[in-house]
Write a protein that binds this ligand. Sequence first.
Ligand code: AMP
Length: 209
Amino acid sequence: MIHLVLIGLPGSGKGSQATKLIDEYGFNHVSTGNLLREEVAKASELGNEIKSVMDSGNLVSDDLVIKLLKANINVDSSSYIFDGFPRTGLQAQTLDEQILVDQKYYAVYFELDPEIVISRLSSRRMTKDGKYIYNLQTNPPKKDGICDVTGEELIQRKDDQEDVIKNRISVFFETVDPILEFYRTKNNLITLDASKNLEDVYAEIRKLL
Ligand code: AMP
């Protein structure tokens, strides 16, 4: 069993690569952003608290995200793609020491210029569950505003607006170094040039498998 931990700026292509990997290899996909959005959709007290943090582009607390992640995976029975987790050094350590114990995994860093991210995210549209992702410039749906696969209406995430995107980028660069350092020390970090097109990036990831 092998697991992949995808690290990168929002909009660096982690979700799109995850979709391709799931189709070809049958990985299970776990995105802490999606799990948190599900919690927000319940409109519980906790959900509303999470919503205000997410809408600003800041990070939800380690405790809460770790608890939510642990409750939603079983790494002994399937291979996972971790998308959007870890976001802090503590999360990286917890994943290694408490979740992926004795499991083989690679951390894959999608390296990308933040300027590209702003334009990619502003034109990003997706299904409500985040499963199918489009870009109005580079990968538009066949029919305006409609998902090619499910036929449902596409949405723009509230935190994909420019001022929030800028904060998400700052948060990313403030927090990523300890995460990369953790995996460098463990010798399981692979860095990819995420400015390349979807297929070229995918070919690089496939080499690992
Ligand atoms: P994402 O869908 O990965 O871009 O995440 C959207 C938002 O959810 C982030 O801006 C954070 O507010 C929150 N979030 C997602 N994953 C995490 C995590 N691992 N730790 C803390 N906050 C997270």
